[in-house]
Design a protein around this ligand. Structure first.
Ligand code: ADP
Ligand code: ZN
Ligand code: ZN
Length: 742
């Protein structure tokens, strides 16, 4: 008896046994999409595994049919999906879903078809031409046949171009007489358009690059102790060139490659670099693809028409059959963690996919995560370092400026910019160079405070202060998007003495306008960059030198390459350190390093000013000294002391609901039940209110699980989260290896 275990397309976490009918036996594989009887109806589902004998004891129903026109999940990915469901405590169904893009899964998108015409019977065609070439009534048909004989299969547009007087009815007559026939050809939607890219050749590697490439060559040939390499190289040290040559090596072995980059780095420049080396053997998977394009790209990969996929997180599931290499660039980026179910980390799943499919994995970063540094230190990963920039350029000169020394501002003045920074910006303007001013605004934008009674304007649905926008005279909640008109008098005491405290990019921009007159200034943050083109427009202006100063948030921290920028100022560099999260120092270090890297990309050495009210802080000092190793040692010691990852695993269980009492009751009972599966190496903390206590009117509680040997606990947690229905109005989910603890 042959049995298939099928996951039915419902939000269930359960497999059902079905008999495989004789006539389908050799076509049903793991990952095949089938239609099955389910209760009184018929459902579609995916085969997750095959077995000799059923686990179900009742009478089995047979699979009705294979869904012929629908995409099937490649067998090797099904295994990965099962692991994800177990590890990340999500349902099998949610996990299988992420393996196929929605455009492919839905079955609604079809191949784009082009109809071609070709000669069906060469002799008949030649006879027709010979017998009719003098007859004016047959001239159109003769012309068509001549064109098709000379040029092979053609579309009707092609024929129109080839014949002086094209006629559809003449064509139909020829088809009716079986002299011409039609063929349908699949055409891929063209994502590159007509844009062409000049090809590039591999550059002779530097000694550091050669070392990295040798390690990779061994990994690709299965000759090394680990299948993962941490490529730790400063910005501009030539990591991307290593990726390109590693991919070429994988291709030479007949294998394919996946390159993951953070969505924000998937810029036209990046795409051009890959296309220049690999031409159209490349598929680019970005978020702006239409459903049709996404469908086609998936099929191009699935049918082996391309060998390389470059894309954000979900490109990890590109359906290659002979995967040789996965590259995760900027492996420390928290955007690799998906914030909805399944809450997987693309970096960690990449390591697992590499293991399951015997593919090498390269994790690249200038500021690798504590997790990867630790894995390299214990020998779980190989390590290659590239400490200097390709052209041996000097790293920027970094100064810490104590913002407190400025003292309280004079009335009507501001001390947002310190004197040295102001002088430095003017200096650049006089020399025709450019400056970037960076502010990590998150949560520190201006809030409305009443000077009379101390009232602070807060969103009634979320437990955070409203952010004030001077431009719109509004108060906005950044969590739920709620907007109200700014108060002119205090809603609590009626006083007009309203003050706006804190500094956001918008305020910085208006102060900069006054301080740096007559500078040409632009601001980039999620408030000003609404449309898809806004970003490119501002950057283009900046590139052409039509702006002196660019002000922005995280959005401008990454990857921008402007040789004329010789000064970067970080305002309130320590703000991120105040976040209630054990990764705050790591994030701050990464951010300062990244932002500092925007200065001095050209011939002139860059200068960076870090303004902070916290100049003694270790993280800021290490960052200013560009001392990654010093910081990493400091950070790892702190984490080891407090038993945080990577020295333990961390799972956050979130509870949400509008009725706080019932929510706490449920979370407490849940925790007590889970506690029974814990042992002395596991700590459960909570349930307690999350740092952001309410969002959109829902209370948020969190249980933090930390420890080692979590297997049994994880299984129990999975059952509690997925198979236990909480009381109405309460939601529960687990976030395994949580990146955000807010
Ligand atoms: P990263 O990815 O580490 O920032 P890149 O690979 O982008 O570094 O390299 C930075 C610059 O140096 C690029 O312009 C690249 O073309 C150039 N480059 C990289 N490797 C070499 C090499 N071996 N010889 C000459 N130029 C190189
Ligand atoms: Zn809100
Ligand atoms: Zn008041």
């Amino acid at each position: 008896m042959a049995v298939a275990k099928v996951i039915v397309d419902l939000a269930l976490d359960k497999e059902f046994d079905y008999l495989i009918p004789e006539h389908l036996a050799d076509r049903i594989k793991v990952g095949t999409m089938v239609s099955v009887p389910f209760g009184r109806s018929r459902r579609e589902g995916y085969v997750l595994s095959l077995a000799e004998h059923p686990d179900y004891e009742g009478r089995l129903k047979p699979i009705s049919a294979i869904c012929e026109t629908r995409a099937h999940v490649p067998e090797q990915l099904v295994k990965l999906g099962r692991w994800m469901a177990e590890y990340y405590c999500c349902s099998q169904e949610q996990s299988i879903r992420t393996l196929l893009p929605a455009a492919v899964r839905s079955g609604r998108i079809r191949h784009k078809i082009r109809r071609l015409y070709r000669i069906a019977d060469v002799e008949a065609a030649q006879r027709f031409i010979a017998g009719n070439s003098e007859k004016p009534g047959a001239a159109l048909r003769v012309a068509l046949l001549k064109a098709l004989l000379a040029h092979g299969a053609k579309s009707s547009d092609g024929l129109k171009a080839l014949t002086a007087s094209f006629s559809q009815s003449a064509l139909r007559t020829l088809i009716r007489h079986k002299i011409v026939e039609t063929v349908d050809e699949i055409v891929r939607r063209d994502v590159f358009g007509d844009s062409t890219v000049l090809p590039s050749k591999p550059l002779p590697p530097s000694p550091d690059q050669r070392k990295a490439l040798e390690l990779i060559a061994d990994m690709l040939r299965g000759k090394s102790a680990s299948h993962v390499l941490l490529l730790h190289g400063v910005t501009n040290s030539g990591k991307t060139e290593v990726y390109l040559q590693a991919i070429a090596d994988a291709l030479s072995l007949g294998k394919s490659a996946i390159v993951l980059v953070p969505e924000i780095s998937l810029t036209p420049q990046t795409v051009r670099r890959f296309r220049a080396r690999f031409g159209d053997r490349l598929s680019i998977l970005h978020s702006r693809l239409s459903d049709g394009e996404r469908f086609d790209e998936w099929n191009r990969i699935n049918d082996g028409e391309v060998a390389i996929a470059v894309g954000a997180r979900s490109a990890l599931f590109a359906p290659f059959r002979n995967l040789g290499l996965i590259i995760v660039d900027e492996e420390h980026e928290s955007s690799y963690k998906q914030s909805e179910a399944p809450r997987y980390s693309a970096r960690d799943v990449a390591v697992m996919r590499g293991k399951l499919e015997n593919a090498a994995v390269i994790l690249g970063s200038a500021t690798p995560s504590a997790e990867s540094v630790r894995n390299a230190a214990t020998g779980k990963f190989l390590l290659a370092r590239m400490a200097s920039q390709v052209d041996n350029k000097l790293a920027p000169h970094i100064r810490i400026i104590d913002q407190r020394l400025a003292g309280p501002p004079e009335p009507g003045r501001s001390n947002v910019f310190s004197k040295p920074l102001v002088d430095a910006v003017f200096d650049r303007m006089n020399r025709g160079e450019q400056s970037i001013l960076f502010l990590n605004r998150r949560g520190y934008a201006r809030v409305m405070i009443c000077e009379e009674c101390g009232f602070e304007a807060r969103c009634p649905d979320c437990s955070v202060a409203y952010t004030y926008s001077k431009l719109h005279e509004t108060l906005t909640c950044h969590l739920c998007g709620g907007v109200i008109e700014a108060y002119s008098v205090c809603p609590q005491c009626g006083s007009p003495r309203i003050r706006y405290a804190g500094v956001g990019t918008e305020k910085i921009e208006s102060i900069a306008g006054a301080v740096f007159k007559p500078a040409r200034i632009a601001r980039m943050d999620s408030d000003t960059m609404r449309g898809a083109d806004d970003y490119e427009t501002v950057l283009e202006k900046f590139r052409r030198g039509e702006l002196d100063i660019l002000i922005g948030t995280q959005m401008i921290a990454k990857g921008l390459h402007f040789p004329n920028v010789t000064l970067v100022g970080l305002i309130n560099a320590d703000l991120g350190l105040a976040m209630p999260d054990f990764r705050a120092p790591e994030r701050t270090f990464q951010l300062i390093t990244q932002v500092a890297g925007r200065a001095g990309r050209g011939d002139i050495r860059g200068e960076v000013f870090i303004q902070t009210g916290n100049p003694e802080n270790e993280t800021i000092r290490y960052a200013a000294n560009l001392d990654f190793d010093g910081f990493s040692k400091f950070d790892l010691e702190f984490r080891e002391l407090l038993d945080y990852p990577p020295f333990s695993h961390l799972i956050a269980v979130h509870f949400r609901g509008e009725d706080e009492t019932r929510l706490v009751d449920y979370a407490t009972a849940f925790t007590a039940e889970l506690q029974r599966y814990a042992h002395d190496q596991i700590k459960l903390a909570g349930p307690s209110p999350a740092p952001i206590e309410r969002i959109k009117g829902k209370f948020r509680y969190m249980l933090i699980i930390r420890g080692r040997k979590l297997r049994i606990l994880r299984q129990a947690l999975r059952v509690l989260v997925l198979h236990r229905t909480p009381p109405a109005g309460i939601e529960v989910y687990a976030d395994v290896d949580a990146q955000s603890l807010l």
